[in-house]
Design a protein around this ligand. Sequence first.
Ligand code: SF4
Length: 765
Amino acid sequence: MPRRPPVEPAESDLRVGSPATHAAGLPAVLSALRHGVREMGVRRTVKTLRMVNQDAGFDCMGCAWPDPAKRHHAEFCENGAKAVAEEATLLRATPDLFAQYSVAELAAQSDFWLGKRGRLTHPMYLAPGATHYAPVTWEDAYDLIASELQALDSPDEAAFYTSGRTSNEAAFVYQAFVRALGTNNLPDCSNMCHESSGVALEQSIGIGKGSVSLQDIEAADLLIVVGQNPGTNHPRMLSSLEAAKRRGATVVAVNPLREAGLARFDNPQKIRGMVGRGVQLADLHLQIRVNGDLALFSAVNRRLLDADALDHAFLREHCDGVDALRAHHARLDEAAVLAATGLPPEQIDELTRLLVASQRTVVCWAMGLTQHRNSVATIREVVNLLLLRGMIGKPGAGLCPVRGHSNVQGDRTMGIYEKPQEGFLERLEGALGYALPREHGLDVVESITAMRDGRVKVFIGMGGNFLSAAPDTAATAAALQSCRLTVHVATKPNRSHVTTGTAALLLPTLGRTERDVQAAGEQVVTVEDSMSVVHASRGRLEPASEQLRSEVAIVCGLAERTVGDRGNVRWSELAADYDRIRDLIAAAIDGFDDFNARRDAGFVLPHPPRDSRSFATPNGRAQLTVNPLQVLQVPAGHLLLQTLRSHDQYNTTIYGLNDRYRGIKAGRRVVLVNPDDLEALGLRDGDTVDVIGEPDADGTERRAERFRAVAYDTPRGCAAAYYPETNALVPLHSVALESNTPTSKSVVVRLERVGAERNGPKPRP
Ligand code: SF4
């Protein structure tokens, strides 16, 4: 019986119940198996899940949480299993699909529907003026792209996007090709997620990466989890938090929402977890207002300075800026802090007390800190805290920005960056043997603006779903549609593929689960996790179609056709044997010596602050920084909305339409609002509302329609709703200072009830 995509429920099927009080456990196991069997069938599910995150297997294409030294038989979480099932699905999006549906008809479908069509099987081309994609040969596809690129007046008229799923080897040849073409237009998904972390850490400690290992997490005596929902976005982190708790650690959650994954963890690897007797995680939950984090960490640092609870020896030997920071915080307005955080002073005092008592503190964070106008300042203030306490370069302590995509950190290490440093380019030039462009390129927001303004005419995406991940959906769609050519290297259909330039190409690639056989035999790729561990990944399943090509083969095929061999680079030889790519990486990038010899065992990349308390800042010392308090003003009658994922979602991939942990079933168009705010706005739980962003200076209004208002436990004045549906509300120009990251976690909105009379499902009893 042919496998059929799941049926999408109607808007009226949406159900809202009580949020969960714990994460994982038996429900997670059942959910993982349900997704697996629906997409892959029983046997393939068992076969495939046994190989994920195993030594001889493939790396989970979900988040970037590290693998433990000792792997479990089932070394994956519920959402990892869903990510695998999505890729290893038996559903196929063949040329028949594209013959049956025009691009316009496909664009009218939901993101869930598009993603459930299955794996792309053939290269597809949308010719200028055509209404339907049609099959094309690989050679013709390369010719089409090469001629468009060669016809440009400047290589800067093209933008080359990378999603964090791209392997190290593919990312390295991609940037080598793009730079051979003559541009640094290498926007990537990091621009939209942890760019603020990279900028702040680079300024403070001289390297844009976290400083902890898995062992540090489990050895810490205090873990502060800020602006992160690990239960959904990094679920295996819960096992590390549980291990730390068993050693007596204290966990503090700082989050506007009381997420189930921060409350109790029922570890499905343990009997007691499977029978619902898990471990309480957060000992203290600071239910902070959206964007209140800079105020919180400023207040804590002031208290530490006032109490002289500082590591003076560390500060003297390694840091600059203590006196300026002390003077700045001496003027801190406590009332403004309390207003910005929405927290009682006792809770800030309690957090400070825990910090003073702690010998080994780790601070973990994710998008809740990085996607605000003041994000870089906030993260610098977090670094200030750990520097004041001497918690850098110490076992069981440090900085832990948790990456959301399996190789987003690796891609940046490989050179996927629009603002490469001179030193990096010089060494890369030596390895590649040809001249590289020096002028900085465009990040994501700049690329969208350049496409909109006609300065970028060709867009090439290596994986991902650019349109749905980007802010200001209408503006981004128009920008893509203004291109002469849009090209996507992808595994499954998504919204970016049906929002095309004048011409468009879909190039189907191998997934991480699939065997990658090249001229020199079966190939292995590598990735780098959140903690700078580089490890191998081997596909084990037969490819979904004989027409699929690896990311490396696609890039090398295109490069050979567009720029030809040059310097030390023979594209076909690199595609034939990835060891040759790794030899180039070893020659070009710090920390990859003997890469091929160390590939299978894996290795940790250097991190001077962690390894030797040395700081690659201009003067070789860690920098404490002064970060003036900036509090976002929200007009009366408006709310501050954070966009977030449901539990059945990974970035822009919609696995399903439930959000078990928040009590949402069979739907996604919900906006979570404090009950008192609903009342103050003349609304009720269950009303259908439009969510409306602040109009631009030119009056442009952004509206996301027909959401069910849900009374939910969130601080007054704050709201939450899922992306990509609410990315439409994030103005293109609304970005974080210094990092240019879209402010997707603090969007000023108002709610407008749809229709005079009350409608939509009955309010919750
Ligand atoms: S924690 Fe992240 S990397 Fe690990 S299995 Fe889950 S989704 Fe995959």
